[in-house]
Ligand binder design. Structure first.
Ligand SMILES: CC(C)(COP(=O)(O)OP(=O)(O)OC[C@H]1O[C@@H](n2cnc3c(N)ncnc32)[C@H](O)[C@@H]1OP(=O)(O)O)[C@@H](O)C(=O)NCCC(=O)NCCS
Length: 313
């Protein structure tokens, strides 16, 4: 039976998530609060459906309908943030969840559904997406390299490094965010980020404001380039790994081609070095030649892929 999610379903969903997502190479178990924060307390409309047999939750799907995505892409897009189902009946449960989700989204006038970031080894997810009429839209590479201290050249005069601050006389988080959203204005996989979301990162154990930095143009009082990095200690403990992720690297369009992109990645590697981790990870769209060149020239190697899917309703 498929029904709308209610708060009493969180425990069942978290349990299912922790059981069924283990194959994902970036998985770590989430507790109740982390799950709520990551999938349910989003600052835009979400549709969450659960499938149950008797009193047991055996599947769940959460998709969002974010007006900022509509503004960015010019059509109403829903992104599925999570799909989980019991392994022994995965195909059937997830197919019915997708079909129920499509019905609900159609009523909201949604024109396209997207699945982002599906791990390439999760073949059952890919199978159900093809069976439900989805097409692969993008391939992202997951790349890694060793972390070591790199000598950074000076920035041109008039520019300085700065990191994000939310409070006080030198608060600059909104400026950093403005740079982020502008740099990613036409980027396929990056959704526009709201100030409230950025601020909510403060609640994440792994958040460190010094890992959210950029190149600041002093005269114009703006960030012209931005980068964000994270070391998730719980993930490292669970995976017995020692790595950090460079999540975003963005340069304002009019400032590209001056070496700022490359400098951001070098600075990020130094930041990861200061955090004591051994490997740096980064994701890049296989079509993003410019970013891919920077990362490969800096020694990042492709280790695996993540896949994007879409379906027009
Ligand atoms: C990707 C991005 C960060 C690059 O920033 P940038 O400041 O232009 O990059 P750089 O000037 O440091 O260029 C570095 C490398 O890019 C490559 N490059 C430059 N122009 C290029 C072009 N037109 N096409 C392909 N590669 C190009 C070169 O290999 C150059 O290396 P070099 O030092 O050997 O010349 C920037 O284009 C951007 O913000 N794009 C939108 C957001 C995005 O896609 N981010 C990356 C994904 S997270």
């Amino acid at each position: 039976m498929i029904k709308r999610f209610s708060i009493s379903d969180v425990n069942g969903l978290v349990r299912l998530y922790n059981e069924s997502m283990r194959e994902d190479p970036d998985f770590r178990p989430l507790n109740y609060e982390e799950f709520q924060y990551r999938y349910l307390e989003l600052p835009y409309e979400t549709i969450a459906l659960v499938s149950s047999s008797g009193s047991t939750i055996d599947g769940g799907i959460i998709a969002d309908v974010d007006p900022l995505m509509e503004k960015k892409f010019g059509r109403k897009i829903s992104v599925v943030d999570l799909m989980v189902a019991k392994k022994d009946n995965f195909l059937e449960i997830s197919k019915s969840l997708i079909s129920a989700l499509e019905q609900s989204l159609k009523q909201l006038g949604v024109e396209e559904i997207q699945f982002h970031f599906v791990a390439e080894n999760m073949k059952d997810v890919q199978e159900v997406l093809f069976a439900s009429g989805f097409e692969q839209s993008r391939i992202w590479y997951y790349m890694e390299r060793d972390v070591e201290q790199i000598d950074l050249p000076d920035l041109p005069s008039g520019f300085k490094w700065d990191h994000i601050r939310f409070r006080g006389k030198y608060a600059n988080a909104r400026k950093w965010l403005e740079c982020h959203n502008k740099a990613f204005e036409t980027h396929y996989g990056m959704r526009p980020l709201r100030y409230e979301e950025l601020k909510s990162y403060l609640f994440e154990e792994s958040f460190d404001p010094t890992g959210y930095f950029g190149i600041y143009e002093i005269g114009k009082r703006r960030f012209v380039a931005q980068c964000s990095c994270e070391v998730d200690t719980k993930l490292n403990e669970y995976q017995m790994a020692s790595k950090g992720v460079i999540w975003t690297v963005g340069v304002l369009e009019e400032m590209r081609g001056r070496g700022f992109g490359k400098l951001l990645v070098m600075k990020a590697i130094n930041w990861l070095y200061s955090k004591g981790v051994k490997r740096a990870a980064i994701h890049v769209d296989s079509l993003n030649e410019r970013a891919f060149n920077i990362y490969s020239n800096l020694g990042f190697k492709i280790l695996r892929k993540r896949l994007f899917y879409s379906k027009t309703l």
